[in-house]
Design a protein. Structure first.
Length: 218
């Protein structure tokens, strides 16, 4: 495999920092939790957040270049312990250019209530298409990596909710993957409010017949 271009790599590190900070500033994750990654285009190398770092004050030295086999190519840096399921996802879905893992509070509320999150508005249906669910498994474990890859084997799944934990969205690039998390959180918030207005469970909200769910994104 050829070495990635250093100028390109620098720009990708900046991209990872920019979108990671945005997620923290939008209140989509707390403390040092969450970890985003992106694929260096045309390679099986990824850049991922360093372990133990807050996304809100990440800088370029908090990005870690590594292979999908776990070999770290930035000496002295340690990747997020969740790198295994990031790697599993890039393998399971070769179309994936970026992975965003945050703990959006309204999404986590559904994950704690163990209720499916209905796609209640047009933006969610268009941008997310299908949500997958993964049971609670230990952070960083090979079992969690396997479970995440299994759910994402369905090519329609663009977002996954992790029980009592958080969310994962993927996309061809980091901007798209990140915005899918924003749409997921927005959908969860609106579903909660609509359920309260109707006085019913979110899954029982009556939805209109959407004859063209992809109209929003064309
Ligand atoms: Zn997490």
């Amino acid at each position: 495999m050829s070495e990635p271009d250093q100028v390109v790599l620098q720009l990708l590190r900046e991209e990872l920092v920019t979108w990671s900070r945005r997620g923290y500033e939008r209140g989509l994750v707390a403390g040092v939790s969450g970890n985003n990654s992106l694929r260096v285009p045309g390679t099986d190398l990824i850049l991922i957040k360093a372990t133990g770092r807050c996304q809100g004050d990440m800088d370029l030295s908090d990005t870690v270049l590594m292979t999908l086999d776990g070999e770290v190519l930035d000496p002295g840096r340690r990747p997020s312990k969740e790198w295994r399921w990031h790697a599993a996802l890039y393998r399971a879905r070769p179309d994936t250019g970026a992975v965003v893992h945050l703990h959006p509070p309204h999404v986590v509320a559904f994950a704690v209530a163990d209720e499916p999150l209905p796609l209640v508005h047009t933006a969610a249906r268009g941008h997310l298409q299908k949500i997958g669910y993964v049971e609670l498994l230990p952070a960083g474990s090979p079992e969690l990596a396997e479970a995440v890859a299994r759910v994402y084997a369905d090519p329609d799944v663009r977002a996954v909710v992790l029980r009592e934990h958080g969310s994962i969205t993927i996309g061809p690039d980091l901007r798209t993957a990140y915005f899918r998390t924003e749409y997921l959180e927005d959908c969860a918030k609106v579903a909660s409010l609509a359920a309260a207005i109707r006085g019913t469970a979110p899954a029982k909200i009556p939805l209109a017949d959407d004859t063209d769910p992809m109209a929003e994104v064309r």
